[in-house]
Design a binder for this molecule. Structure first.
Ligand code: SAM
Length: 224
């Protein structure tokens, strides 16, 4: 029975990869990735020489059928994303659901766990995140106000992703609904410019503006 491996990869620091992830990537027939340039850097660092094909948010049904055919022929395939755990707010989940739909238990779907930006952020937050609610990326337009209302009403710790293009706007809108509730903003986790900002959304925005607003972000909001 062929296996489809969901392999977590570093969220920045290339050392953050498990031995099992390396061995799995060395063992499969094919690696599916979001951006071949990003994954090539990782594979080169570990001297992994395997065929790479892209699978990203613009991949169409033909691509999915092609992958399903390869599995049917008995190929072992690994899925990685640009960073962290595939299928968590990135394109893998649709593919996994199609594999489950087509093959059920006739294909082994194997998690190779490792880094994820959400868990790294929660772990340094200092908030009691024994329960938390993950909002993925907030909607840009439709549903955005509702998302902020839901965050304000949420009784557990909240965590979500944000990009450099919207972080300023998001912190302003967040402050309007949660006021003095504590926030932790994690920027560039595991990378050279890793910064953990703590305070109210307003205080964090002031600090962030003094630095350059660059990088990738995870926002954690303390419970009510
Ligand atoms: N599946 C990935 C995971 O498990 O972490 C997340 C994929 S999502 C498309 C990418 C978002 O994760 C980025 O826009 C950013 O919000 C967050 N992210 C990824 N790497 C990060 C890092 N090193 N520091 C802070 N946030 C990061």
């Amino acid at each position: 029975m062929p296996s489809f491996f969901i392999v977590s990869t570093p969220i920045g620091n290339l050392n953050d990869i498990t031995k099992r992830a390396i061995n799995t990537l060395k063992s499969v027939d094919l690696i599916l990735c979001e951006d071949t340039r990003v994954t090539t850097k990782l594979l080169d660092a570990y001297n992994i020489k395997k065929p790479l094909q892209s699978y990203h948010k613009y991949s169409n049904l033909n691509k999915i059928n092609h992958i399903l055919n390869l599995l049917e022929k008995g190929q072992n395939i690994a899925l990685v994303s640009d960073a962290g755990t595939p299928a968590i707010s990135d394109p893998g989940s649709f593919l996994v659901s199609e594999i489950v739909k087509k093959f059920g238990d006739n294909i082994k779907i194997v998690p190779i766990p490792g880094p994820s930006a959400i868990l790294a952020a929660l772990s340094v937050s200092g908030f009691f995140a024994d329960r938390f609610r993950f909002f993925g990326f907030l909607p840009h337009k439709k549903g955005r106000q509702t998302a902020f209302k839901n965050i304000a009403d949420e009784k557990d710790v909240v965590v979500f992703y944000e990009s450099k293009h919207r972080i300023e706007k998001t912190l302003i809108e967040l402050y309007e609904v949660i006021r003095d509730r504590q926030v932790v903003l994690c920027r560039e986790l595991t990378k050279a410019f890793e910064t953990i900002y703590r305070g109210t959304a307003k205080e964090i925005l002031d600090k962030l503006k003094k630095d350059k607003i660059k990088g990738e972000f995870v926002v954690v909001v303390d419970k009510k």
